[in-house]
Design a protein around this ligand. Structure first.
Ligand SMILES: CC(C)(COP(=O)(O)OP(=O)(O)OC[C@H]1O[C@@H](n2cnc3c(N)ncnc32)[C@H](O)[C@@H]1OP(=O)(O)O)[C@@H](O)C(=O)NCCC(=O)NCCS
Length: 173
């Protein structure tokens, strides 16, 4: 049997990770409905995004032994208005050749741990309804359906639904 590859190490993202994070994200901008962004982002945009991810709004990368960034995850403000400050939205993006091995779950588990530690109340995932892997990943971590918006997105010449799933960090077992 081939040896199992060691799990990548999770660590806070730094400005030096902007290029690797953008390369992963832009792949999905070009090819997938998992993001509704249609134009690739530039490096400066990701650098600004990283600079804004401070305190409880974490950005994490999964780094392999040779320095390859296998994926990243983040907690971002759910909404700019201040009364939403106890709610965050999570994101997880893996290199396409690292999908399907459970790494997304490792990153999401750490994001949920960070959200608890950061004193947040709710974690929301906004997911294109056809992204079954992402929905399954969040369900496995206890997220429950909260909303289903029909035909709110239009990408690759198709109308797309969005589902919101949410994890109430104060809910009992
Ligand atoms: C979504 C993503 C983060 C999941 O991470 P992953 O490590 O590949 O996920 P896992 O291998 O742990 O699989 C997650 C679940 O999805 C299921 N799954 C995987 N691929 C699937 C597919 N094509 N269709 C349906 N379900 C699928 C798995 O069976 C698993 O479910 P289970 O635990 O109930 O068995 C990762 O695939 C990814 O980065 N995808 C592209 C970007 C993206 O969609 N990000 C989410 C934005 S909200």
């Amino acid at each position: 049997m081939p040896a199992m590859a060691p799990q990548p190490r999770l660590r806070p993202a730094t400005a030096a990770d902007a290029g690797a994070m953008s390369a992963i994200y832009n792949h999905y901008v070009r090819t997938s409905t998992c993001t509704f962004q249609e134009q690739e982002e530039g490096l400066a945009e990701r650098e600004r995004w990283l600079a804004a991810h401070t305190g409880g709004h974490v950005a994490l990368v999964a780094e392999e032994e040779d320095g390859t960034i296998a994926g990243w995850g983040s907690l971002s403000p759910f909404h700019a208005r201040s009364a939403f400050r106890f709610t965050v939205e999570d994101s997880v993006y893996l290199r396409p050749d690292r999908c399907g091995r459970g790494l997304g779950g490792v990153i999401l588990g750490e994001l949920v741990r960070c959200a608890r530690a950061g004193g947040f109340r709710q974690v929301v995932a906004s997911i294109c309804a056809e992204q079954e892997a992402s929905v399954a990943l969040h369900r496995r971590h206890g997220f429950v359906p909260a909303a289903h918006f029909r035909a709110v997105g239009f990408k690759f010449a198709r109308w797309l639904d969005v589902v919101y799933l949410q994890l109430d960090l104060q809910a009992g077992p």
